[in-house]
Design a protein around this ligand. Structure first.
Ligand SMILES: [Zn+2]
Length: 434
């Protein structure tokens, strides 16, 4: 270990143990009375992060939590033994996504902490990862036994294990060998298709994205089964967990998986071309509905089965959007616990814009031209927002009546009629190549 590592205010060593456990050892440059974590994670750390020294205890603090010595004395080091197990967490990616053959992903963001409160935005955290006999994949490199990096912002997934990546068209994939073969074939075909299609519209990505698909079918103590997918900078990942995960996966509609990967690929292009990942705290219909609409357009190109699937997703989205907006307007959806409305209503809004722009506008590729102009504006420093998007939509030639219907989704008095109008336009967008 270099001296530089230890002169930082806070550092973390993650050491893999042979029995599917990991030691997380924090070192703090200046003595502190507590180490603070920004999010409490629904009791997960209290249960699963066992301090190696029994003098420490966990204490909830606002939305976060802290670890401190029961006797109140200051300390400069604290370490935990943590089982490598998937855990479904509220509004947060799991700290571990194990693969069926024993490799794992570690989400570094769940280890971010602060030597002093308040801890809303922890500083970048230098992490040393050690795993004897394994490969460590982080920051686009793969190293034997140990590697170090600085985890910042939302963090990243660190790969630790022995699975070999597969280099495919424009991305690197690490896929669980337990994946049912039929699904493996779909994955091998559909992700490159999505990447190639988006690259033809938006230009190639400035980075090589990593794709991780993991399965852990060890039954959970609480009997939970779950599927989680997501995106972190340069990474797309999906995890299937709990009893019979493989069987459940084999029964999944393959088109649902194709849509999922096209959606996640769309996020990579949004992120790269706009110069950053939009946060869910911003108006989320733009990035979630936008990714769904990009997925729909990617799929309708592939054939009539895919087109029908995209059309059925649109119908479901319209029903759900209309029902949801009957009680809470779109700009209140997140606050009222109905985040899914951003996908459902967002899909309709974007496809309506797509058709309208292709029909009336000077944007002959519809949604894609609007995206290109919007991403460029965000990249040049304007903020990712609904007013900016609609303003650019207007410049591109979207009709004023359509733009008005979109803003009406934020006003519960007008939503029913507005959803209907948008739905009619959105359906035409998916009917055939105009
Ligand atoms: Zn998404």
């Amino acid at each position: 270990m270099s001296a530089r590592h230890h002169s930082q205010p806070l550092t973390l060593d993650l050491t893999l143990l042979p029995d599917r456990q990991i030691v997380a050892a924090y070192r703090i440059a200046e003595p502190t009375h507590a180490l603070h974590f920004p999010n409490e994670l629904g009791g997960y750390r209290v249960e699963a992060w066992r301090p190696e020294d029994g003098a420490f205890r966990w204490v909830t603090e606002g939305d976060g939590e802290r670890v401190e010595r029961a006797d109140g004395r200051p300390f400069t080091a604290v370490s935990f033994v943590i089982p490598i197990d998937y855990r479904e967490l509220p509004k947060s990616y799991a700290p571990f996504s194990p693969f069926s053959e024993g490799s794992t992903l570690i989400h570094s963001g769940q280890f971010h902490a602060c030597p002093a409160a308040p801890c809303d935005n922890p500083d970048p955290l230098p992490i040393l990862v050690e795993a004897v006999g394994a490969t460590i994949g982080v920051g686009g490199r793969r190293s034997a036994t140990r590697d170090r990096f600085v985890s910042r912002d939302d963090g990243t997934n660190i790969f630790v294990g022995t699975l070999e990546p597969v280099e495919a068209d424009g991305f690197v994939a690490v896929i669980d060998t337990g994946l049912p073969p039929a699904l493996r074939r779909i994955l091998d075909r559909s992700l490159p298709q999505a990447m190639t299609y988006f690259a033809s519209v938006y230009g190639p990505l400035s980075f090589t994205p990593e794709l991780y698909v993991s399965i852990d079918d060890e039954p959970e103590k609480n009997g939970k089964v779950s599927t989680q997918g997501g995106t972190l900078p340069n990474q797309v990942f999906m995890h299937f967990d709990g009893e019979n995960a493989r069987e459940r996966l084999a029964e999944e509609d393959p088109l649902w998986l194709e849509w999922f990967f096209a959606h996640e690929a769309a996020h990579l292009f949004q992120q790269d071309k706009a110069g950053g990942l939009a946060s869910d705290n911003t108006v989320a219909w733009i990035h979630e509905g936008g990714a769904d609409a990009m997925a729909a357009l990617a799929m309708v190109q592939r054939g009539s089965t895919e087109r029908s699937y995209a059309q059925s997703r649109l119908e479901q989205a319209q029903t759900a959007c209309a029902q949801g907006l009957a009680t809470s307007p779109l700009n209140r959806a997140t606050a009222e616990g109905n985040f899914d409305l951003h996908y459902q209503c967002g899909l309709i809004i974007w496809l309506a814009l797509d058709h309208d722009l292709r029909r009336n506008g000077n944007a002959n590729t519809g949604l894609h031209d609007l995206n290109l102009a919007f991403f460029a504006a965000v990249r040049s420093g304007q903020s990712w927002s609904e007013p900016l998007l609609l303003q650019i939509g207007g410049h591109e030639g979207a009709s004023q009546s359509l733009l008005k219907h979109i803003t009406r989704l934020n006003d519960v008095r007008y939503t029913t009629g507005a959803v209907e109008e948008l739905g009619q336009l959105a359906r035409i967008s998916l009917q055939s190549d105009e």
